[in-house]
Structure formats: C-alpha cells, structure tokens
Design a protein around this ligand. Structure first.
Ligand SMILES: [Fe+2]
Length: 391
C-alpha cells in the first residue's frame, strides 16, 4: 500500500520549484487536534511528513552551559586581536541561541530572542532605546551595570534587570572581572508585527566617549520605591519611559528572590510549578511586560511536578541546583546556567533529583496569549486524567 503522506512529500518536492505546495488531509499543516489528549510524547517535535518544507516550528531544546560558554571566550579573544576599535566589539559581544526547529532564525520561540552576553572590564554599550522589551538575567556573581532612564542598576547573580519598551538604557562593566548575563527580548514578535524601532539619539547629557547616560536617581531606587511588597508610593505615576503597561520597577534582586523562595519552602506550592514566584509590575500586579511573564521556580530536593501544557512558550534558565525537565518524550537534564525552551502546547514536568534546592527562572509569552484570547492550560491529575486549568 502506498504511504499517502510520503507520496505527498514527493509530489511537493517536485512542485516546490513552482512555489506551490499541494495539500490534502494526508499532509495537512501542523494544525493540532483541538486539545484532544494525544499522550505525553506528542508536541514540540519537528513536524515530519505533514508540513510544507519551509514551515517552521519551535522544538524543545537545551543549551548546555558547558558547551556554549567557551564561545564567550572565543569572541573575547577575537575582540582583543581585532583591528577595529574596541567599541565595535564592546557594544555587542554575545551569541544568540537559535531554536533547531526555526531554520537558523535568531529566536528561541516564535516570540522570544535569547542572547548570552559578556562584558569585559571597560566594555560599554552606549545609551539607546527600542521598542522590543528586554531583560537581563545575571549569571556572574557580581559586576557590570545597566542604567535605565537614569537609574543605575548594579548587577549580581540572579538579578532580573528590565529595559522595557521606550526606556533609554546603557550597559557596561567598570569592574575588574568579565561579566556574563542572558538577554531575553520579545524581538521576533515585534519584528513580525513590523514594530522594531531603535534610536540612539539620546536627548539628555551623556558622559565620555562611551555615551553613557547620566545617573539621575539614587542607587537602589527601584528597590527603595517598590521593594516592599504591598506598599506602593501614591505620589508617583509609575510610568518610566514611554512604553505602556511596562513595569516601573527595573531591578529585581536575585538575593531577594532567593530569600522569598526560601521563606516559602514549607508551603505546598503549585502542583505544576512547585514554589513559584512571579516578577510583577508592582503598580498593577500584572506581568512586567505586556508580552512576557517572568517567574522564579524552586523545586525542593526530590520534588517532581505534575505535567502541564499551555498555549504559551517558555524559556528557562537554571540558576541553582540540577534536575530534569521532561518535555513530550524528551528528557532535558540541566544544571546551573543551562538554558532550555519548552514550545507551546508540549507536556512538561520538572524533577529535582538532587539533595539540594533547584531554582529555575522562566520567561513565557502567556500574557500575550491571554491578551489575544488564546491562553489555555491543562494539567495531568494523579490518576492521569487531564484537567482544564483555565476555566
Ligand atoms: Fe537595548
């Protein structure tokens, strides 16, 4: 008997030169059955035999820190020996992660870009502004800074530093050791929407050749104004920069996150996310960006979550400990600084097999999906039945 899908593939290979793609039910695009339970293994795999050759789908993937980190040194080495001015390298010494399912595009999901950046002593990225929302998750113990709208945020491991849409910012390292962080942006989404705008003509004063903006707020301003949960100054507008629905708190300290997680360690937590904290816009309680939601998850020794899937993609950074995340039929083991991605609608669960706590930071495009009326989530109950989590 003829394999209809295979036959369609062959026919489409012939037809490809005419820039047409022949479709029947046998090779329908990767439209998925409407929340039918398709088992734990389905979803998040490279589609095969069902889609046009150039169709792209993000897949589950993990980037091991031990494998990718050496490339930071290699970039730095080239920069040192380069015959161009240091600033041309200093501005952007980074590599971008590419999802293997997206054909080499500079994106980890359909909405998110992720880069790993290194700032060597003396490196500066001049002040600029753009429409994509961006964040830094700091991996180095300490060192480096980002100044946003006149607030200088000194970086330390586990910090989340936001540069929202419409906020002037510059980065640098005036310490003695290299500094490494992870950038996450909603760049691909903005690109798709034809909404990427960038400006470098800062209207205020800058300092030195590096064009860093002047610091106009006291050190620790974000923490001073917003660092006490439940208390928000009533005399401030809570808008910084021209972006809308972005958090006026630019700096979330890793030490605060860790302390808050530790304080909750005896709570039951969420069956799917364990002890989970959201980084929120303190003025509204909403996500820090209109497009992206950030969380910190703590898995206690031996803890395993139940399986969940949702119509949102999530990027994870392992901050502490080690564990495994099962995505569809794939097991992604991780340890500190590893980065992995879980595509939309793939079943996933996290397991901490070690004897110490594990902490993951997660970025998801769920707020976007909620806003367009597409967010749904399901979980597997202990008896393996599937429950709607959003009703
Ligand atoms: Fe930027």
């Amino acid at each position: 008997m003829m394999d209809a899908r295979e036959a369609m593939e062959q026919l489409n290979a012939e037809a490809g030169g005419l820039h047409i793609w022949l479709r029947t039910q046998a090779n329908a695009p990767a439209q998925r059955s409407w929340f039918r339970d398709t088992g734990l293994e389905v979803g998040g795999k490279l589609a095969k035999g069902r889609v046009g050759a150039a169709q792209l789908k993000p897949v589950a993937h993990r980037w091991r820190w031990s494998e990718i980190a050496p490339y930071l040194d290699k970039i730095a080495e080239i920069a040192r020996g380069a015959d161009v001015s240091p600033i041309e390298f200093a501005e952007r010494q980074q590599f971008l992660l590419t999802n293997p399912g997206l054909g080499g595009r500079l994106q980890v999901t359909s909405t998110m870009r992720c880069a790993v950046s290194i700032y060597n002593p003396g490196d500066v990225a001049p002040v600029h502004i753009h429409t994509p929302n961006a964040s830094r998750t700091i991996l180095s113990e300490r060192g480096g800074y980002t100044t946003i709208e006149g607030e200088r945020c000194e970086a330390a491991r586990g910090d989340l530093i936001l540069t929202p849409n419409g906020a002037w910012h510059d980065h640098g390292n005036d310490g003695g050791e290299p500094v490494v962080w992870i950038d996450v942006l909603d760049f691909p989404l903005m690109e798709f929407l034809d909404c990427v705008w960038l400006d470098e003509a800062y209207p205020g004063d800058t300092e030195g050749n590096s064009r860093a903006q002047r610091v106009t707020f006291p050190s620790g301003y974000s923490h001073m104004v917003y660092g006490r949960g439940g208390l928000v100054p009533s005399f401030l507008a809570h808008r910084r920069g021209f972006g809308r629905e972005t958090s006026p708190m630019f700096h979330y300290r890793g030490a605060d996150v860790r302390e808050a997680l530790a304080g909750l360690c005896r709570e039951e937590g969420d069956p799917y996310d364990a002890i989970a904290l959201r980084f929120v816009n303190p003025a509204t309680g909403g996500s820090v960006f209109p497009t992206l939601d950030y969380r910190a998850l703590m898995l206690r020794p031996g803890e395993a979550t139940r399986s969940k899937r949702e119509t949102a993609s999530t990027l994870y950074v392992a901050i502490e400990g080690q564990g495994v995340t099962e995505v569809g039929g794939t097991s992604l083991d991780w340890q500190a600084n590893d980065i992995f991605v879980v595509p939309s609608f793939a079943w996933r669960r996290h397991i901490n097999q070690s004897r110490s706590d594990a902490v993951l930071y997660a970025v998801s495009d769920a707020p976007l999906m909620e806003k367009i009326g597409q967010y749904r989530a399901q979980g597997r109950l202990p008896d393996d039945t599937v429950a709607e989590l959003i009703v």
